[in-house]
Design a protein around this ligand. Sequence first.
Ligand code: SF4
Length: 705
Amino acid sequence: MEIDAAREVRTTCPYCGVGCGVLAKIAADGQVSVRGDPDHPANFGRLCSKGSALAETIDLDGRLLHPEVYGRRAGWDEALDRVASTFSQTIAEHGPDSVAFYVSGQLLTEDYYVANKLMKGFVGSANIDTNSRLCMASSVAGHRRAFGSDTVPGTYEDLELADLIVLVGSNLAWCHPVLYQRIAAAREKRPEMKIVLIDPRRTMTADIADLHLAIAPDGDVALFTGLLAYLGQHNALDRAYIAEHTTGFGQALFAASKLDLAGIAEATSLSEDELGRFYGLFARTEKTVTVYSQGVNQSSSGTDKVNAIINCHLATGRIGKPGAGPFSVTGQPNAMGGREVGGMANMLVAHMEIENPAHRARVRRFWNAPSMADKPGLKAVDMFKAVGDGRIKALWIMATNPVDSMPDADAVEAAIKACPFVVVSDVLASTDTVRHAHVRLPATAWGEKDGTVTNSERRISRQRAFLPTPGEARPDWWIIAEVGKRMGFGEAFSDASPAEIFAEHAALSAYENDGARDFDIGAYAGVDVEDYDGLAPFQWPAPSQSPPTTTRFFANGNFYTPDGKARFIPIRPATDTRTDEKFPLILNTGRVRDHWHTMTRTGKSPRLSQHIAEPFVEIHPADAQRFGIGDADIVRISSPRGEVLVRALVTLRQRQGSLFAPMHWTDQFAAKGRLDALTASLTDPVSGQPALKHVAVRIEKFAAK
Ligand code: SF4
């Protein structure tokens, strides 16, 4: 690609699900600079520390720049032929479910679309799952149970219009900083806006909160089922909305009424006074938005938590209205785009259902697919178990590092090592996952590739290339399509650019159906696919009427269930005790402000390591005393699966009985051990999302021998 030194290129930040617009410029001397795009509706010119440091993370150090086959440099033809022939042979010998793709919320929508199409329409298996399973699968499952579709009802603007923002399991200040900045700015203008933070830890987000409820880990189900009962008891229901637009309210209220206030106080570790303050505020504030994130999703009861929250919004009719609604914020830059193209093992493209025969028929017809998958595939945790026990014999990992990021990471590493054929396409030459690949395929990185991403408010933005393509790197969509062609599916994978793939996806979203109720018809019909290069950020639905009729969903019902009504889900809080005498503490894992995932990019910026330079564990002073630990001691944290050495940070921010440690540092970055070697493969039974925030561990001072 030719470099235009005079031009600023409009693109999108590749980190979190806020999806900020970025203006990137490359100077004549090759220096890259970035600034927030003042015209992008997600950030209006703002960037957080990670976004501002993007230019410091794009050097070619450590890049994978040419294909490798069994440890030696190879040409693209040889590498692609090897991948295609081994996958084809494995499928012929062991059937389509003997192969799998593990993909990533870092992929662009066009990459995701092609990978999903190859696996579900042409291989004939749904064994394609994503690292987004680890961040938002419970929200997807909760949306589908309540709304009949995975649809986020609201927009970021609602956070500025609300009179009450309830933040549940979400350290917005560090994990979605620009959304936090938008709320803080709105609060400056309207000091009457109230903010409640529900989090076991006193995070930086508590600085802005009027009320911080330091809830017991996984106490959210009890808290929100209790709230539903309170709303019923205090005449705070929208009975007209319930009657006209929902089903199942009676059963949900009956289930919620099983727990009295004392029981909720016990289950949540909150006082009855704290509960009363929160419940009263919620009951009397019409414009309420409940924002939730990983603290809700990464739980063995994640889907129930999501539905307990949604139940309260349905019961008050506070959904899809300006300043009101439940709002799940996604972790990764394109978790939402992956959901749109069905890049999960239990979904189909364009928000259709893999278990719905009419939807399968529609997609089969559109793709002219020879062997459409007809049942859900393996979700992430089960996929790696199947790799470990030999059911999956060929695995392709794209743009992610599961050896460090999957729960029970040592078992995942052992499974990958034992797998007969592992392909990794990545930008880096030596992540802990790339090391185990038989075939390594160099992918283009942010700044070098073109495509689209969708942020947490359903807004689609372009990522645009502004850097030359290094070495022999190629875009992910191209690599996948080339393998598809070599597997004998040439015609279906002939799209020659991201623009053509996007146009195909848009056309599929508007493709005629078999009469089944389908909200996605026309969702992209109004998008000018001819002007892909100039595509301005837009929210779906973007129907053919212009301007679009709404950016919010469900204020007037019209849910995507067969009867058009939302479903209340009866929820019963369950007690979940995982600690015991040997492992008496609960470890909560999460992010710090300036790092991202396993630090393969943010670890390159010295500036980003100035904030927090090493791995640590937060521990309450009483626990520190109990286990003989002083501030800054090196401690060993152990679970039945593994151990890590980190520095202790004794702080009242942490609840007694719980620990918090960031997930970023791996052996590559001078930590001793990987945090995810401690975590368990326990998952939510509905969503399959791992419970990464509730791991039983013990802690002891480390004494070097
Ligand atoms: Fe990037 Fe998220 Fe920061 Fe925005 S808030 S600049 S999308 S990391």
